[in-house]
Design a protein around this ligand. Sequence first.
Ligand SMILES: Cc1cc2nc3c(=O)[nH]c(=O)nc-3n(C[C@H](O)[C@H](O)[C@H](O)COP(=O)(O)OP(=O)(O)OC[C@H]3O[C@@H](n4cnc5c(N)ncnc54)[C@H](O)[C@@H]3O)c2cc1C
Length: 306
Amino acid sequence: MYDLIIIGAGPGGVAAGIYAARKKIKVALIAESFGGQSLVSADVQNWIGTKSVSGYDFGKMLEEHLKAYKDDIEIIEGERVNGVEKLDSGFKVKTNAGKALETKAVLVLSGSRRRKLGVPGEKELDGRGLAYCSICDAPLFGGKDVAVIGGGNAGLEAVLDLDPYAKKIYLLEYSDSLKGDPVTQEKIKKNSKVEVWTNIKTTEIFGDKFVEGIKYEDLKTGDKKELKLGGVFVEIGAIPNTEFVKDLVATNKYGEIVVDHKTQRASVEGIWAAGDASDVLYKQNNISAGDAIKAVLNIYDYLSKL
Ligand SMILES: Cc1cc2nc3c(=O)[nH]c(=O)nc-3n(C[C@H](O)[C@H](O)[C@H](O)COP(=O)(O)OP(=O)(O)OC[C@H]3O[C@@H](n4cnc5c(N)ncnc54)[C@H](O)[C@@H]3O)c2cc1C
């Protein structure tokens, strides 16, 4: 039986893996792939201690750091966890390759995936002027006309993130009104750089090598038009990768695992979660790593008291 199984190898999973390996507990890490969501980012500029690194190199850095501890942690790569079952004592973690591993504790760091628009051009232009994280990528859009798709809090915050950089910002909402925080809405509506358009359905993102614009339908008039742009931010939410534990631990309405933010414990004893899979308010690489480490330290206390 393992002491701990860590699920995920984004910044959270790797940070947890390194800390757990250094504690000399019997630990395994299972991950579909290394690096996490920033892999597709053109330039990560806020990983503390590193001024600038491509998402790809960021993933490689994480992988190399964890694998330096390969004698102290079992790394099961390329497999997906598809179930966690509670046993009389501990848990059984199952993978899509048919493994069933028993463990005293489970740390879920499986992150999330971005909700996509599902329109033509989205896949091809991902990372080429089409972005999903404004805190991360806003500085790359200096002097450009940019659209933010989604008028909830994430969309409003994306507008604020882009404000110091973009020349013009179109905030495009599908329904007939913005949904996010009213105070932020007011602030945005007063900003002469921002145009708020409601009842807008984006139907295509186009561009040769880089985003050149979008096609959209005005749902009120039925008009179909084009808007020339230098960038598009899709801010219509994220889907946490928590399906495999959703029947075991408490999740919020978004599917994020509810944790005690002092210890990262989930609602069931023996399960911890952190990073984008949890109900942490701010989703960032450094935050996932920090909270994952917090979880491992708490798990170590828990194991030593068993
Ligand atoms: C395009 C983009 C750019 C970004 N840029 C930045 C940035 O510049 N700076 C910043 O701070 N933040 C950035 N973010 C946010 C940041 O990427 C996330 O907050 C961070 O990746 C969350 O880390 P995590 O470890 O919690 O999860 P993730 O990074 O999502 O990692 C999840 C891990 O779990 C694995 N996994 C998922 N499901 C399973 C399963 N069922 N079984 C096994 N393994 C599984 C995945 O393969 C992956 O290894 C960006 C986000 C996006 C989408």
